[in-house]
Design a binder for this molecule. Sequence first.
Ligand SMILES: C[S@@+](CC[C@H](N)C(=O)[O-])C[C@H]1O[C@@H](n2cnc3c(N)ncnc32)[C@H](O)[C@@H]1O
Length: 276
Amino acid sequence: MDRPSTFYSTVRTLVRSEFGINLSDKTDLYLDKKLRRVMSKTDIDQIRVASASRGARDELRSGVIRKLATAVTINETYFFREYQHLEAMVAEVLARRPTAGGRFVRILSLPCSTGEEPYSMAIALSERLPLAGASQVRIFGVDVDAAAIERAQNASYDRRAVSRLPASVTRKYFEYAAAVDRYNVRSDIRDTVKILQGNLFDLPHAVRALRFDIVFCRNLLIYFDDATKARAIRIIRDLVAPGGCAIFGHSETFPGLAEVFEPCRINGTTVYRRNR
Ligand SMILES: C[S@@+](CC[C@H](N)C(=O)[O-])C[C@H]1O[C@@H](n2cnc3c(N)ncnc32)[C@H](O)[C@@H]1O
């Protein structure tokens, strides 16, 4: 390792202040490997500059921050992950009785990583909603990692990504491109999902200005310390429309969650409802 430990503490501080992610228990070697894999030497040298100009919005700094996000985030996700959450989401949507010409039901997948979560939502809904109702649902996927977002927008997956799906679902909702051995999400499913790059702590106006009937925030808060979790929960609460709900990952419970949301059960799954 050829960098002083102050370099890694600069990186940690920057990562924490920008994305809320707490890297303090990771070794410098681990961080070094990830940075080298994703960033060039110049990018890495720019980290100190980016750190010093905190709050500035110049292009160079945002480029470094974007690459840093790719270097430090964990994008692990898969189709139909914790299917009972998708069932709870479908039940919530059905309870809102979406009809053609009625108001849109809005769902947010934050973080959406490489897109498997929002497309799983669209597929689960398509299985259960009459066509007219399905057209009244809009799903948004947001993630801080620009590289993951690009893959989500491409909506093209390898064999491993679809391996947990029932074959009938893969046949129905994906178009197989034999020449490249890829499974492409059917275009009508893609059309119900809008994918955007954004940081939970600095959301683009297009997301911040909306209120969502259902917000999925699974497997993100686990990377934050308690103070950042509390901050994140308040942001998520503001994104949920009154009467709507948030769904967190399995066994994710956080201090202060029940003060901001009311836990309730849908088909055996705990969801967190915003009452006011
Ligand atoms: C483990 S994945 C979870 C994906 C999906 N929700 C799931 O449960 O399968 C975590 C994602 O959080 C994203 N992330 C980390 N910090 C973020 C932040 N501050 N704002 C938005 N996304 C963030 C990462 O880029 C990564 O793709």
